[in-house]
Design a protein. Structure first.
Length: 117
């Protein structure tokens, strides 16, 4: 099993991703072979947040030329991670019939990688 640092490689910080981060959607470059459940676990482990959804996109490298030299840019996989911005307390009943309320103990934003600045 891969570690969380091997799955989430770096953030994508652009105007669009900065605007989406206000709504709880954070964009990362992830390992090409990472699956959605692995990305979810890695984000929850690294940033201590509750992940609601993970959307992924695969990008193929483009052909580039510098004079007579031809090459390709690198292919990569992008993941958009949506986190829970408004955690609600969970209420449940025990076997005795008592009602117990527990608060969720996770963050509502990601401050690492330069987000939230």
């Amino acid at each position: 099993m891969k570690s969380a640092q091997d799955i989430i490689l770096k953030p994508i910080i652009s105007e669009r991703s900065a605007a989406e981060s206000m709504n709880g959607r954070y964009t990362f470059v992830v390992a090409k072979d990472a699956t959605k459940p692995e990305i979810r676990r890695a984000a929850e482990e690294l940033f201590d947040v509750k992940v609601i959804a993970v959307n992924t996109q695969n990008y193929r490298g483009k052909k580039k030329r510098m004079g007579v030299h031809v090459g390709n840019t690198s292919s990569f996989k992008k993941a958009i991670v949506t986190i829970d911005m408004d955690p609600q307390d969970e209420t449940y009943q025990t076997k005795d019939g008592k009602t117990v309320t527990t608060g969720r103990k996770y963050k509502t934003s990601i401050e690492a990688f330069g987000f939230g600045q």
